[in-house]
Design a protein around this ligand. Structure first.
Ligand SMILES: [Zn+2]
Ligand SMILES: [Zn+2]
Length: 319
């Protein structure tokens, strides 16, 4: 998830329709996690749309018993996109690795990751970047192009008279290609487009068209890329993870075994937000463990059974 800095032309960003904590966003209440193994999607002030110093996340993780964090600041490849040229690889790596050295001995493992904006038109640039630079963990995400049909000022006109497949195509075609590329350890917020077509296309309508998700899920399975359960949707008006629990369950039916879970925080108060719902979604879908690649190695992290004993009962959802 991203939010455009207001000073740039990239106010066309998908994220600009409702800022992470701006108008239209759900109020941040206490949905903070406790005693969970991982938050795999976090933005620090090395992303243009976050103001959080890395130590703020680390201190929150220590306090709340979150054992591992993946710092996944934005990397953009399109001139004019918010994170294009925003922070160098060297700066990001230095800040994150030094924090890892400070916090590791205290019990918080910090991984150096990135969220790379994917589009087929710059896939070669991503491939070259990843060949030159070593991350612990990479998320490939489809965000807006600098000019996007999902801009708040355009989306009503975009959906008018189009089929659901046509409406979603600019996003889903790229998401499928990202999943198929094999470039990434995880695919970020698979259907975040539902945030941008809301309320013109509802989550219920999307839930009624699982066939549109099928090629993406199959591509993930075939490439071994992890499906991310991104809980930021639970703080957006769409009030659903990206993707939904039904989609996560279908991924498993198709043979998917690699998943991660992340809060996609951009603000201190969003750290780990609703993460427990993500874990419950994983459990409800038959996943007893998270599994993904980290620095080329396959990592398996058991989902704690304590998640099931939350205030809303076994497998319950607190929204
Ligand atoms: Zn993100
Ligand atoms: Zn994103």
């Amino acid at each position: 998830m991203r939010r455009s800095p207001p000073s740039t032309v990239s106010a066309t960003s998908w994220g600009s329709s409702a800022g992470e904590d701006g108008a239209g966003a759900a109020p941040v209440i206490d949905r903070q996690p406790r005693d969970l193994p991982l938050d795999a999607h976090l933005h620090t002030d090395l992303s243009p749309d976050s103001d959080v110093a890395i130590d703020v996340y680390a201190a929150a993780a220590l306090e709340r018993g979150i054992a591992e964090l993946a710092i996944t600041d934005h990397v953009d490849f399109e001139p004019g996109a918010p994170a294009f040229g925003y922070a160098t690889f060297e700066d990001r790596e230095r800040v994150v690795r030094r924090a890892a050295e400070r916090w590791g001995p205290r019990g918080v493992a910090i991984r150096f990751g990135a969220e790379l904006t994917y589009d087929r038109s710059w896939e070669a640039d991503i491939r070259a970047h990843l060949a030159r630079h070593a991350y612990d963990f990479t998320i490939g995400s489809v965000h807006d192009r600098v000019s996007s049909p999902y801009h708040p000022g355009k989306v009503r006109g975009w959906v008018a008279g189009r089929s659901l497949r046509e409406i979603l195509a600019p996003a889903f075609d790229e998401v499928e290609a990202a999943a198929r590329s094999g470039l990434f350890d995880a695919l970020g917020h698979l259907d975040v487009v539902k945030r941008y077509v809301h309320p013109f296309v509802t989550k219920e309508v999307l839930a009624g068209a699982p066939e549109l998700y099928e090629p993406i899920l199959r591509a993930l399975v075939e490439s071994g890329t992890a499906l991310e359960i991104n809980t930021s949707g639970l703080r957006h008006p769409v009030s659903e993870t990206y993707p939904s629990a039904a989609t996560v369950a279908r991924f498993r039916e198709l043979g998917g075994r690699a998943i991660t879970i992340g809060s996609d925080a951009h603000r201190a108060g969003q750290f780990g937000w609703a993460l427990v719902d993500g874990y419950r979604t994983a459990i409800d879908s038959g996943f007893a463990e998270l599994a993904f690649r980290r620095g080329g190695a396959r990592v398996v992290i058991e989902v704690p059974t304590a998640v099931l004993a939350g205030p809303n009962g076994p497998g319950g959802h607190s929204l």
